[in-house]
Design a protein around this ligand. Structure first.
Ligand code: NDP
Ligand code: HSE
Length: 453
């Protein structure tokens, strides 16, 4: 059924199905009820909640109990529903519900980054087929408007790079490690106590959540389909206080970054790199100032130059703000006609091989403290076509708990910062360092972003 056929039935009000009434859904419902009159003026017709789908119908949700149902599909199928708001999460169940809504000529608003990152093409095709809207502003960086700006305000520019702190939980943990000197496990537990980290924090700390967001941002920025599986991903679970301290010595801090980049080869061909990893960011960079559970997205575009979007990236009310912005836009289109810009992947750029991606690196290692070590280490880097920018040596090698693991003074800690080099060369170099007699152990390798060369 097309939008026209559907809306002929009901234009004097906009019927909304809310799927999910958890952290985000509860705030969506509360704000819709509190500001109903304002929404009517902004849209041109009242928004009426037709029903709210949940799993557990026995709980008192503080709303008219007749609205609550555990049959989400039946709610989606109601003929008086024009817009479906999905704040359930998960992939397969939500995918089926939203495809069904779109095929019935109903617009969709979702906060579900995992779903959009995996199935945007299919959902967008269904929205195009029925000429309805598919909105997902809340899927990336919570309250921060970034999807709308990429689709509309920046549609006339050529985006080169998007660097984002797009996961509040990991940014809270890394900020706390930096500020308090506490280790990863302690700060993760604190994040749980404060309600940032979920009972199973895997999606956040292993970078899956940020990878979904990187896929969505890359697709929009480079007009090319990028899914979560295309994103190279490393989480923050291996970051130690030694890494934080080594970053500080270089006037940097460590952030889990989503880096989305247009790569232009020497022959002029272009590709897209999307990657998520903890990286050193100079303290002078705007992203270094983003602390706690806040998010930020830093854009570099040909004409606009550098732009940063900053704000709360998670939480019920902030995320509901983005959901409701989408709901107002979708409802306006139901009442007045028109459609939001769909996703446009005309450029169809290929995904870059990760080995070809270039950045700078900090390689921390324990070495044998004797004559010739520095030159041997430097030779390994040179043999892999990697230029060294700086080298810093510490006499004492401490364990994470501060104990001296080298009472005889035989070892030293070496921190080597490189100029830009390819991931493939760096990986081969680290393997050779591991085989060098002068190197006791490569203790960590961290990328460095936000600097030239
Ligand atoms: P919650 O787990 O708090 O809430 C999920 C809701 O969905 C619950 O009300 C649950 O019912 C309901 N639900 C689960 N399965 C079904 C089902 N099969 N049928 C009907 N209802 C179902 O999730 P959040 O509110 O935190 O997140 C929702 C979405 O928003 C996710 O996609 C998430 O990634 C995204 N998001 C969340 C942010 C946040 O800060 N929380 C920020 C940005 C995006 P019941 O209440 O009975 O358990
Ligand atoms: N778990 C996510 C975060 C929620 O910590 O940022 C917002 O997508």
């Amino acid at each position: 059924m097309t939008r026209e056929a559907h809306t002929e039935l009901c234009q004097s009000e906009v019927g909304v199905a809310i799927l999910g009434m958890g952290t985000v859904g509860t705030e969506v419902v509360r704000l819709l009820n509190e500001h109903g009159d304002s929404f009517t003026h902004r849209i041109g017709a009242p928004v009426v909640i037709r029903g709210i789908a949940v799993r557990d119908t026995s709980r008192d949700r503080g709303v008219d109990p007749s609205l609550i149902t555990d049959d989400a599909q039946a709610l989606v199928d109601r003929p008086d529903v024009d817009v479906v708001v999905e704040v359930i999460g998960g992939i397969e169940g939500s995918r089926q519900l939203l495809l069904s809504a779109l095929k019935q000529g109903k617009s969709v608003v979702t906060a579900n980054k995992a779903l959009v990152a995996a199935h945007a093409a299919e959902l967008a095709a269904a929205a195009d087929e029925s000429q309805v809207d598919l909105y997902f502003e809340a899927a990336v960086a919570g309250a921060i408007p970034i999807i709308g700006p990429l689709k509309r305000s920046m549609a006339g520019d050529e985006i080169q790079r998007v660097m984002g702190i797009v996961n509040g939980t990991t940014n809270f943990i890394l900020s706390a490690m930096d500020e308090t000197g506490a280790d990863y496990a302690e700060t993760l537990a604190e994040a749980g106590r404060l309600g940032y980290a979920e009972a199973d924090p895997t999606a956040d700390v292993e970078g899956f959540d940020a990878a979904s967001k990187a896929a969505i941002l890359s697709t929009l920025a480079f007009h090319s389909r990028v899914t979560a599986n295309d994103v190279y991903r490393e989480g923050i679970t291996k970051i130690t206080q030694q890494d934080i301290k080594s970053a500080r010595k270089l006037n940097c801090t460590i952030k889990l970054l989503a880096v989305c980049e247009r790569i232009i080869s020497e022959d002029g061909s272009q590709s897209v790199s999307a990657r998520v990893y903890p990286a050193l960011v100079p303290l002078t960079h705007q992203l270094a100032t983003v602390n706690g559970a806040f998010n930020a997205v830093f854009l570099e575009a040909e004409s606009a130059g550098q732009i940063m979007f900053y704000g709360p990236g998670a939480g019920g009310a902030p995320t509901a703000s983005a959901v409701l912005g989408d709901l107002v836009a979708a409802s306006r289109n139901v009442v007045h006609g028109g459609r939001a810009p769909g996703d446009n992947t005309y450029a169809n750029l290929p995904i870059a091989e990760f080995g070809d991606v270039q950045t700078r690196y900090l390689v921390n290692m324990h070495v044998v403290d004797e004559k010739g070590t520095l030159s041997k280490v430097a030779e390994v880097f040179a043999n892999h076509d990697i230029s060294i920018a700086t080298v810093h040596q510490d006499d004492v090698v401490e364990n994470e708990d501060g104990t001296n693991i080298d009472p005889d003074g035989k070892f030293a800690r070496l921190a080597v910062v490189t100029h830009r080099a390819s991931e493939a060369n760096l990986a081969a170099c680290v393997e050779s360092l591991g085989n060098s007699e002068s190197v006791v152990k490569v203790t960590s390798v961290l990328r460095m972003e936000g600097q030239d060369n």
